[in-house]
Design a protein around this ligand. Sequence first.
Ligand SMILES: [Zn+2]
Ligand SMILES: [Zn+2]
Length: 314
Amino acid sequence: MSESVKIENRGKVKITPSGSIFFIIHLLPLLVFVPGLTGGAGVTVFDWGICIFLYFLRMYFVTGIYHRYFSHRTYKTSRWFQFVLAFCAQTTIQKGVLWWAAHHRIHHKTSDTPADPHSMKLYGFWYSHIGWFLGPDYNETHFEGIKDYAKFPELIWLNKWHWVPPLLLGVFMLFLGAKVNGGDWFAFSAGWSTLLIGFFLSTAFLFHGTYTINSLTHYFGKARYETGDESKNNLILALITMGEGWHNNHHYYPSSTRQGFFWWEIDPTFYITKMLAFVGLVWDVQEVPHHIKHSKNIKEAMELRRIAIEKKAA
Ligand SMILES: [Zn+2]
Ligand SMILES: [Zn+2]
């Protein structure tokens, strides 16, 4: 499909057969209301605990891995741990790491212009929130934009078989629920509720938490920096996305691991990544340079940097 056709079609939400899985995942938790399915125990406190735990754990996987590692290379790690990270990220059912990161890089290059895959300003809320990836326009991995990671055959493999990690996590949740709710690893009737509420409901919430960054953070909030796009900083969105709501900061300086530039801008993804660095699993975690943090635009940042260098030399 040519770029011009794609652009003409933008804003219209079309759903491919694989895109319909997205809606099925929203409906699956309703199966807990089917009489007899959950073995009489119904939904347990454990199931709700897993739902909350898997939401936040996997929000970290989205923000710390798909976004701050694969899309922006803001920290480094070993090849084996890179594979572990990629596997974890893909348990979120947001497709392969190469697919995710390549499209996100296009977003930064073309933000709020017609070539942006998900500009809320140009294509409206629904298209920027879910329409862009549910339809045929962005189904394929844009390998040209992710050559740096596409050189690893294990990542190509995982990107192709992107549904394997969520399948394994889902099956594990069924067994775990059977054990905790039913007292036996094979008491499946007690495990369905863990799968439906703990896994699928948290996945549906995680979809929308993640996608607010593509839609709402380009509309609601304040812009501290002049970035030439509509990106905003928003505390509420930072809380539900573990630090991604500081989106104007991020568009201004995407190479920093830290997106909450000031101490009051809460950024749990950054704190967790620092902990991973502390135990030696990752390294070269990037902070925000002083001249970036305290400027309004790149011109002013360069001036602040020049002054600082001159002061040092004097
Ligand atoms: Zn980004
Ligand atoms: Zn953005």
